[in-house]
Design a protein around this ligand. Sequence first.
Ligand code: BGC
Length: 414
Amino acid sequence: MAELASSFIETKAALTVTIEEVRRIADRFRRAMVLGLAGEQSSLKMLPSYLGKPAGSEQGLYLALDFGGTNVRVQLVELLGSGQWVIRQKKAVALKDPQGGYDFTAAQAKAEQLFDFLAAQIAAVADETRDYRLGHTFSFPCYQRGINHAVLIDWTKEIKTTGAKGREVGQLLTEALIRRGLRRVKATAIINDTVGTLLAAAFGDPCADIGAICGTGHNACYYEPARAMIINMESGNFDALPLSRYDEQLDAASEKYGTQRLEKMVSGRYLGELVRLIAVDHLAWHLGANILTAEDLAGIIGGAVPRLRELTQLTAQELSLLQEITQVVVTRSARLVTATFLGVLDYIDPELTDRHTIAVDGSLYEKMPGYANVIKLTLAEALGDKASLVNVKLAKDGSGVGAAIAAAVATGTG
Ligand code: BGC
């Protein structure tokens, strides 16, 4: 074990984000925001959403379609005004059949097939005898020209569906709804999932001004007072980061080399693979690429019974090193994400005098043991006493509810 552990010391140092590094990254992030907003060269796209903060008084029954890359969720959401809502109905289905029957995220799938699948899920929830307004959460970088106009810049999260890049997402959905005979469903708003998360949080909390997803993918948005609008930063593409050789290795084997550098270091889609690359290097262990999932990592940290046979074959010593590797990779993820939050806070409130709520949704934040706590501790370490002004909270189902709020805002029911 001593040998195993000592070989990991150097790697561990390379993967540890010190508080000085957190501050440096925060500063680079803030500068990248400024450049991106000015339309200058920046890894942050700073995409307008055409949505401000909701009034909280929005009302009505809306369909919410949430398409994020792993699952499709359709919800019937009733906004009650006064910052309250009720989810009346809910349906979730995987985009890739675990039994291998279908995969709408593969290169063989065409955009029309994917959107027909989305329309089929909507059909299962919508009552044919009434009209609906639908808000669509589409969790990929899009250029927007209005609340209901979004063009897909490119897929992220290793999605390969053909024929969608450069297309108008609302049109793809509307055509699929018509093919399905759902003429009474009107898609009225398209939002990013981070924007949905912030809208849902801001519906009842005026201090909410940052929204983030820490799940399969990673991204954050914030409310820009100068434009009275929420800006989707596409922060998963931020790249002024201390990369290790494992990050390089992972990037080289990914679908889109050189893009989404932060996302590849922090999000659930990639953390298992990072742990695998490090473990293979230090444990002379053979495990196929992309087999380890974020749920496996949660199990490794939490000491749960392993899902993979390969994990059950490790000796106690090897397992303990694997646990340490996992912990280091997960902690790095949470600290890097916090550094970007600090960058945004510094941009919107340089003296940090106001209260801020950072609303976060996503499986990693919700389920990875210790993840939310590392974010909290890192904020406290960086901000000292002022950390009490910053409240990071889980906004569960935020992206779906946010879609309903966006549909309501587009319809003008405030
Ligand atoms: C996408 C973002 C999205 C994030 C979280 C990223 O891969 O580019 O648009 O917000 O994943 O789902």
